[in-house]
Design a binder for this molecule. Structure first.
Ligand SMILES: NC(=O)c1ccc[n+]([C@@H]2O[C@H](COP(=O)([O-])OP(=O)(O)OC[C@H]3O[C@@H](n4cnc5c(N)ncnc54)[C@H](OP(=O)(O)O)[C@@H]3O)[C@@H](O)[C@H]2O)c1
Length: 340
């Protein structure tokens, strides 16, 4: 064989090894974002299935929760703020079944049912498979199906970290929860009630029944009543609305009380003026809190409200709905059939 023939044959051999390796990489369907823009940048594609690193588990996703931040992540400004880089698979809430575990995983084994909040810099929930670390996942509450379980992690952890960890809400205190009918609000009302607090919650006319069903002691229709005419001298405010709602909230907190906002910088001058404390919150993964929330759900102390489900292929419609800022409970993507 001439040298040129040998070189050619070697290159062909190497290329066929690479091609074989690529074709043997398992594939999955996922929603990919490879440019910033509106919901039409969400594309359903076939991509390589992720492999779990030593500290990760690979989850076969049955359902993925949809959050306002999923839609925000398509904008360059927010993506950079959250540390999200193109191209990416959106989705931070999943429920599914452990397919494979990394070498250092102790808490989970193949076949376990889990739910997880995947950190914002990672994502990957809108897909048939996703990798998560042990600190992002907890056992799925037994009383929930996967669609319901996927509705829980981000918003329930947010409500818990705002009310319990940050504001230290205690039994007998009064809390004002803005946006009580949304993802965070529906959990916040129930977590506060389970804590023994008195709950005042706000929502529009159509959602007054939901506030009551979730246990709110006082329901305020913000389209008809100024909340400060009803809520006075509260111990804690949870704000998920911002702007004028946040600005008007400082004045309803009693001296020494606490205001937590999820959507803005807290205004220190306003806190000082009213002699109150406050903080802006950014939710963090927390497996112990996720497990505690799961127990409250299994004890029937917390209900999960899912108002709409969409197939994975209709992620665009799901994000259009969540971006309205008027979701009742949660929206969830069905990725696979519920296992029997
Ligand atoms: N900082 C964090 O870590 C963090 C974590 C989770 C969420 N968030 C943010 O918190 C916000 C809420 O999240 P979410 O998942 O609960 O959203 P969501 O499911 O869309 O719920 C929003 C709720 O707000 C209510 N609402 C709208 N305008 C209102 C107003 N002026 N006064 C009172 N209620 C009003 C809506 O009720 P009606 O339809 O009845 O108007 C709706 O139920 C989003 O901006 C989200 O990005 C931040």
């Amino acid at each position: 064989m001439k040298l040129s023939q040998f070189v050619f044959a070697s290159i062909v051999g190497i290329l066929s090894i690479v091609a074989n390796a690529q074709s043997s990489t398992p594939k999955m369907k996922a929603i990919i974002v490879d440019e910033y823009g509106g919901p039409d940048v969400l594309k359903l594609e076939e991509v390589p299935r992720p492999e779990p690193k030593d500290d990760q588990i690979l989850v076969r996703v049955i359902a993925a929760g949809v959050n306002p931040v999923d839609a925000a992540a398509r904008s360059e400004k927010y993506a950079k703020f959250f540390g999200i880089v193109l191209p990416f698979v959106p989705g931070y809430d999943i429920a599914g079944i452990v397919e494979k575990t990394g070498a250092n995983i102790k808490k989970f084994k193949t076949g376990d049912s889990v739910y997880a909040y995947i950190g914002l810099g990672e994502g990957g929930g809108y897909a048939e498979y996703a990798v998560v670390t042990e600190v992002e996942a907890a056992p799925k509450p037994k009383s929930l199906n996967y669609i319901e379980a996927a509705a829980v992690p981000v918003v329930a952890l947010t409500a818990w970290q705002a009310l319990i960890d940050t504001a230290k809400l205690s039994a007998g205190q009064t809390v004002l929860i803005h946006g009580g009918s949304g993802g965070v609000g529906t959990f916040a009302i129930q977590i506060a009630k389970a804590r023994g607090a008195k709950v005042i919650a706000t929502a529009s006319t159509a959602n007054q029944d939901l506030l009551k069903k979730l246990g709110a002691d006082v329901a305020i229709d913000y389209t008809k009543t100024r909340f400060e005419d009803v809520a006075k001298d509260v111990d804690v405010v949870l704000d998920s609305v911002g702007k004028d709602t946040l600005a008007r909230s400082y004045g309803v907190v009693k001296e020494g009380g606490f205001i937590v906002t999820l959507v803005a910088q807290i205004d220190q001058a306003e806190l000082d003026k009213h002699k109150i404390r406050g903080a802006s919150l950014s939710v963090e993964p927390n497996p112990d809190e996720l497990a505690k929330i799961g127990r409250l759900i299994d004890e029937k102390k917390i209900k999960v409200i899912v108002s709409q489900t969409f197939p994975l292929s209709e992620a665009m419609k799901a994000q259009e709905q969540v971006a309205t800022g008027h979701t009742r409970g949660k929206i969830v993507l069905k990725v696979a059939d519920e296992p029997k």
